[in-house]
Design a binder for this molecule. Sequence first.
Ligand SMILES: *Cc1c(COP(=O)(O)O)cnc(C)c1O
Length: 362
Amino acid sequence: MTLQHTALVHNFNSGPSVLPKEVFEQASQAILDLDGTGLSILEIGHRTPIFQAVLDETVATTRELMKLDADHEILFLHGGASTQFFQIPMNLLNENETAACLDTGIFAYKAIKEARVFGHVDVVGSSREKGYTYIPHDFVIPPTAKYFHYTSNNTVEGTQMHTVPETEVPLVADMSSDILSRVMDFNRFGIIYAGAQKNIGAAGVNLVIVRKDLLGKVTRQLPSMMDYRQHIENGSMLNTPPVFAIYVCMLTLRWLKGQGGIAEMEKRSERKSALLYDTLDSLPVFRPKVAKEDRSRMNVVFVIDDPALEKEFLSLCKENGMVGIKGHRSVGGFRASLYNALPMSSVELLAELMKDFAKKKG
Ligand SMILES: *Cc1c(COP(=O)(O)O)cnc(C)c1O
């Protein structure tokens, strides 16, 4: 039997979001019969050789694609990126120590709030007062900080840090919405984390990359499930891992590698976002919301300064099979998320719709 995913929609969802068509088909097949075993991926034990091979490939492909060195451990954990907001300070920050944080969006702000439960937080820069429409660039990271936390891409607001801050302090980054979309020296980071549901795979699992030497330095007692060292010792199998979500990650990583890896994703994301921003800039009816130099290549946020026209454009998008184009409830307007698996053709259609709309309404 063959299963086919018939994508009649253009999926601009912000997360969970579009994945490659092949991944949907292969994952569906694995629910029925995993590699000819007669078993579903949903009914196999996590400590079987067959699942161990899935986890091993997922970890190995992540290491290969991101070119991670042996000092960095790769974990697949539960609880989403939001759990990392507190698990990181719990593992790295003593009560009398300070974490430096950059406040660039609602997720960055949540991470700051959670870190305060465990120690001091020095907010070195914030664009909160200006509705997070830009990234502060003139911040100073105190050398005494235990680590520096920032969000590489602000999913809701549509801004992105285009450079990695220079500092001696260990870097901790929430890369939930731009991981695997841009080439970086990932070995420069102390911790990288990302919920899988934007660029890695299915919701329910979280990629956490940890530099081992940062661990074991807090004095507090850690519950086992919160302790990175125990997860490392147990190879992400301290308890039952999210088997199916990890399987989908494996398939997506395999697809990504086959397409040419992160460098190829970066090229595509530059092309997709450039087309959309160039179109927006050429049509006065649309107004991109954030500072030009901080524009995100993953989440393009824009408005129309007339609620009636905004409604009309949203209907036009819907009529043309576009999904997930409405902005986050806290920002309004529109948000087009251009994750790795979103084809260029979807962006081209959106750009065409914008031009037609502007011609009629301009
Ligand atoms: C989606 C997102 C989160 C929240 O992820 P959960 O998996 O829902 O906890 C955190 N940070 C960023 C940057 C995100 O895009």
